[in-house]
Ligand binder design. Sequence first.
Ligand SMILES: [Zn+2]
Length: 389
Amino acid sequence: MVGTPDVAEHAFKSGFSFRDGRFWRSSLGSHRRRSYPGKPVFVERKTDMLKKLKQTTLASLKGSGAFNLVHNSRWRRQRLLILAYHGISLDDEHDWNPAQYLSKEVFRDRLNLIARSGCTVLPLAEGVRRLYDGDLPERSIVLTFDDGTYDFYLRAYPLLKEFDYPATLYLTTFYSQYNRPVFDVACSYLLWKGRERTLDLKSLVGQEISLDLNSEQARTTAFEQIKQFSSEQKLSAPEKDELLAVIAEKLCVDYESLVSRRVLQLINPGEVKSLAADGIDVQLHTHRHRTPSDRELFLKEIADNRTSIIEMTGKSPSHFCYPSGVWSRDFLPWLSEAGIESATTCEIGLATPQSHPLLLPRLVDVSGLSPIEFEGWVTGISTALPRRR
Ligand SMILES: [Zn+2]
């Protein structure tokens, strides 16, 4: 963290020291990030302690005025915070998967905080261009949404309109065209919905296993067995959809109700078209949500995705987001070959002019991020605090 001596001095006076590009509470200066070999429960306790320490540190920094100092600094003006969202719950998805879903109330709070903080929310292409031109306005933010689930259309989009914020939707197109629940996530969600029940896998996948779905481990095992079965049997999309219906029936979950409410489904081509016509920036996320390590297959994923998006929006996309955040340096020349101008990861951080344009970091906003932690990222101060890998 170069170029913030005034902030460092301010923090020091407030009981913090600034070393190695990070803030440390003076009396706890030895709490550096390190790996903790041992039992998982110990690691968990350390993680909880780190979170508490971070929250206390952030509250003290905010109280001391350091939030404002960093937020309004030249240092922050040279950086772009790209926020990443997956879903805003239609129902209870944030209870099932808090790492990917936010409740609509929490999402509204996030937008309120961005507005209160006087941030400039930029369209992605403009944000990236101005980052490298050294021309970013104060407190710059870009909003991105991955996948293109229907909840974006129903929950996030009206709120974005209300706040008048631009946004980019990284759309994966296979399940937009085949408009049924996305198999992997819907399978995981059904197992969670049926967590009061026991699932006999024999009748489903032929394995002599019966699992009490109350435990997360059992749900993971069931999910892996079902996924392995569908892959070995090379099930088609309609066959996978039938399998989901059978699983739901066994677990007494109303599958048709989920389907009719479009839970864990993507927006259809007509909805994509209307969103794009209303200013939502639709960009690339591969056709089948995967990044093959073979060059030709990788390029085909981009080409199929691009063709679909052009058909739906009439515009040619040139910005990319790595599905599931999986990236490799091998992909970079292929992305350049495909004419990709920027690519975003799920590596946490603010983008700087030194960031590789095909490896731009983002903050994936999750339910577990407290308001003060989120504010710490909006100001930029959290880049200087220790965090979990
Ligand atoms: Zn994705």
